[in-house]
Write a protein that binds this ligand. Structure first.
Ligand SMILES: NC(=O)c1ccc[n+]([C@@H]2O[C@H](COP(=O)([O-])OP(=O)(O)OC[C@H]3O[C@@H](n4cnc5c(N)ncnc54)[C@H](O)[C@@H]3O)[C@@H](O)[C@H]2O)c1
Length: 352
């Protein structure tokens, strides 16, 4: 039997628990240590996930030579310092999305990875959905032809997480709905289409629902109860046009909150076929033998996408595959997000 890889999870909040549950299903992983600055949460989650070692300071966890790899599951502003410290300590890093706050910090993470010679996998978990995988296969097989337009839509009616907490504080999150949720679908759009060279952006972000915070009406809220003494200085809606040279364009609309029905999908339009990814539908609108035809791609709907993602991380550590989403791809997405915010601020089209 091969040796299990000892894992440390840094950050015992919502996604830290999701990682713990997913690792627990994987034979090659040993859930070895957990870290959080909140002692009560740390004790509670360590007991819940049956993790023996606990640390209140991530530097102490990283100094533990038994640990081979870490999952970084902390608020966004801590992604870069903790990932860089982990590489310096010789660990492989599974880094939750978004990569970090901006592209400059993303470059620092890649430099630390390269110096350490360790692996970095980005938390782009939507790639692990069966729908996305089957569409990617269809694109790679040429079934859509040349993709010239992508539509990205990710609309929540009222879905701002942790009002007044770190999610809505720009210094800790880097931004609102755009950096928090559009990051997934912008990555998915580039990964499925293979268009990885965004060149120009014209975009606008808005903040219409977070201020004053007490007026925000919601049905439920995750990431903690609202903290009305906290900060809301981020976007809750963003829209824009991205150019990929003169070959292709992408239009996006993302909302943490707006007065519209919830929707979430990406749609790829090619000269041979078009397909939507999301809402469970993967029908290619195309032509067959001169007839207009709908070709339904069949896929197995059941999959724990986090387990699939972490399984790829473990296989990559063992030299049996590639990471599921690379740091270089993460950096392209960070550059695109930087450009979207810059375009909005300058009210102009900007270079990516
Ligand atoms: N892939 C996904 O679908 C997905 C979903 C949710 C969140 N995320 C990402 O995961 C990260 C965490 O989000 P969350 O929803 O779990 O937030 P959260 O607030 O629930 O949890 C964050 C945890 O980090 C802890 N923490 C803060 N500073 C720390 C430090 N210095 N050392 C150790 N622990 C520290 C906090 O005490 C908290 O328990 C974010 O970057 C978020 O964008 C990804």
């Amino acid at each position: 039997m091969s040796k299990k890889i000892k894992i440390g999870i840094i950050g015992a909040g919502s996604i830290g628990s999701v990682h713990a549950n997913a690792y627990a299903t994987l034979a090659d992983a040993e859930l070895y240590a957990l870290c959080d600055i909140l002692p009560e949460r740390l004790a509670e989650k360590a007991a819940l996930h049956n993790i023996g070692k606990t640390y209140e300071n991530y530097e102490d966890l990283l100094a533990d030579p038994q640990i081979e790899a870490v999952s970084v599951c902390v608020p966004n502003h801590l992604h870069a310092p903790i990932a860089i410290a982990a590489f310096k300590a010789g660990k492989h890093v599974m880094l939750e999305k978004p990569m970090t706050l901006n592209a400059k910090l993303g470059e620092d993470i890649l430099a630390a990875r390269d110096q350490a010679g360790k692996l970095l996998q980005m938390g782009m978990v939507w790639r692990q959905t069966p729908e996305a995988e089957v569409v990617k296969q269809a694109v790679d097989a040429g079934r859509l032809g040349e993709i010239y337009q992508i539509r990205v839509k990710l609309i929540r009616r009222r879905g701002i997480p942790g009002m007044g907490g770190w999610f809505t504080t720009k210094a800790m999150s880097g931004g609102g709905g755009l950096i928090d949720i559009a990051v997934h679908f912008l990555d998915l759009a580039m990964w499925t289409s293979g268009l990885w060279e965004p060149s120009k952006v014209s975009a606008k972000t808005y903040a219409k629902f977070g201020s004053p915070m007490k007026d925000y009406k919601y049905v439920n809220m995750w990431a903690g109860p609202p903290n009305y003494d906290g900060v809301f200085d981020v976007d809750d809606y963003a829209t824009g046009l991205v150019r990929f040279g003169d070959k292709a364009t992408l239009v996006f609309e993302v909302a943490w909150a707006c007065n519209a029905e919830p929707e979430s999908y990406i749609e790829l339009l090619g000269d041979k076929g078009g397909v939507k990814v999301g809402m469970g539908d993967t029908t290619i609108l195309t032509e067959v033998d001169g007839y207009i035809a709908d070709v339904k791609l069949d896929y197995k709907a059941e999959r724990d996408r986090f387990a699939a993602e972490l399984d790829k991380f473990l296989l990559a550590i063992q030299g049996k595959g590639e990471v599921a989403a690379s740091g270089e791809e993460g950096l392209v997405t960070m550059r695109l997000l930087d450009a979207i915010y810059k375009s909005s601020e300058e009210n102009a089209e900007v270079e990516v």
